[in-house]
Design a protein around this ligand. Structure first.
Ligand SMILES: Nc1ncnc2c1ncn2[C@@H]1O[C@H](COP(=O)(O)OP(=O)(O)O)[C@@H](O)[C@H]1O
Ligand SMILES: [Mg+2]
Length: 359
């Protein structure tokens, strides 16, 4: 690897490049694979990418880095490439997945190039982690989708409930204006009263859907408690709940994010996890509020779900967290349950936790 080709006539003027150093410092993972599919060398970036040390990588089959679902086909593809090698650059539209030592899948782009050596034909694979690029794209799309979906829902409710009620009112008003009979007028007025009442209720309900009024009226803690009580009423799930007082340190928009994230994470635990218990915590720690929702259910592969085009729930939680300067992490393993963690940094003046807290 060390003495590469490509020296120029300017040799002598410039110090020679150490190709070993370039290999070591490459921002992309580089592995060198022989004709048998054995990894012959791996640079530090590939150790980071895959979570294996160089010693673990070198000597093992490259299929170790291929997720089980794609593993079976891989040797055939590899042999085909060695027989008819083409230079395959990065960004060739190939969306691949690799699997790390810890079982996590990462989206990667892979560039391939054959190189003939005395020991036979090797393939140089340059590997780039595309999670961050994917995440950014997903956030952009997710945000628009969330807005669209909410608009559609509001439009539907406005149309079905409010517009219908008001249209009925309008008709009765017209009838009323043409009628001289006192009994008819009384009856119409009573009907109009009922319709107006139901329109007002409809508006209240829609606005509650947009924003839970309990947050403004009773504060975030009571709103969370009352939501969970109602939501888990019929469920056999055991709930453990701890909420530190965070009202005075979190502005309303951040309180709303805490509420929404708990709402979505608990709803997922109930609907998807087949859990027996859920733990919800809102903790005030120095400089931040940390919200965790943990279930002991079946778990899932969050990265895989994101890659497959996640439901709006996960993207929505991530997006809401980001919009108030927070972060959201989802840790989940098959059969080990799921933990959703929201961190919200506190603005300067509230940062330190007051001496004696509560329990
Ligand atoms: N706590 C959980 N336990 C198991 N699977 C989950 C959990 N949360 C989410 N999932 C999986 O991730 C998928 C996407 O979730 P989400 O984005 O909230 O969409 P939705 O709830 O509408 O399906 C779910 O369909 C489910 O397969
Ligand atoms: Mg969901």
């Amino acid at each position: 690897m060390s003495e590469g080709p490509g020296r120029t006539e300017r040799e002598g003027e410039l110090p020679a490049v150490s190709y070993q150093a370039v290999f070591e410092a490459s921002p992309d993972g580089i592995i060198i694979v022989d004709e048998e599919g054995i990894i012959r060398d791996a640079n530090p970036r590939s150790e980071e990418l895959f979570g294996y040390s160089r010693d673990e990588l070198v000597g093992s089959l490259v299929e170790r880095l291929v997720p089980p679902e794609d593993r079976e086909d891989h040797p055939a593809k590899r042999e085909e490439f060695t027989r008819h090698p083409r230079i395959r650059g990065m960004g060739a539209g190939l969306d691949l997945r690799a699997i790390r030592k810890d079982g996590r899948r990462i989206p990667v782009e892979i560039g391939l190039r054959p190189v003939d050596t005395e020991e036979g034909r090797f393939v140089i694979a340059a590997i780039r982690d595309t999670s961050e690029r994917k995440r950014l794209r997903r956030l952009g799309v997710g945000y628009l989708q969330i807005i669209e979906e909410e608009r559609r829902r509001i439009a539907r409710e406005l149309h079905d409930d409010i517009a219908q009620c008001l249209a009925a009112l309008l008709i009765r008003l017209r009838v009323l204006s043409r009628s001289d009979d006192p009994d008819t007028r009384d009856r119409l007025l009573a009907q109009m009263h009922d319709e107006l009442t139901s329109a007002v209720e409809g508006v209240r309900r829609i606005s509650r859907g947009l924003r839970p009024p309990a947050l403004e009226d009773v504060g975030v803690e009571a709103a969370i408690r009352s939501h969970l009580r109602a939501f888990l009423q019929e469920s056999p799930l055991k709930l453990e709940l701890h909420i530190d007082p965070v009202e005075e340190v979190l502005p309303p928009d951040q309180q709303l994010v805490v509420y929404r994230v708990i709402q979505e994470a608990v709803s997922n635990a109930v609907r998807h996890a087949r859990a027996t218990g859920i733990e919800v915590e809102v903790r005030r720690v120095p400089h931040q509020v940390v919200v965790t929702v943990t279930d002991d259910g079946v778990g899932f592969d969050p990265e895989g779900t994101f890659l497959d085009g996640a439901g709006l729930g996960l993207v929505g939680m991530e997006e809401r967290a980001r919009l108030v300067g927070g972060t959201l992490q989802i840790t989940s393993r098959p059969d080990r349950g799921t933990e959703v963690t929201l961190h919200i940094p506190l603005a300067g003046k509230h940062s330190p936790v007051p001496g004696a807290s509560h329990g």
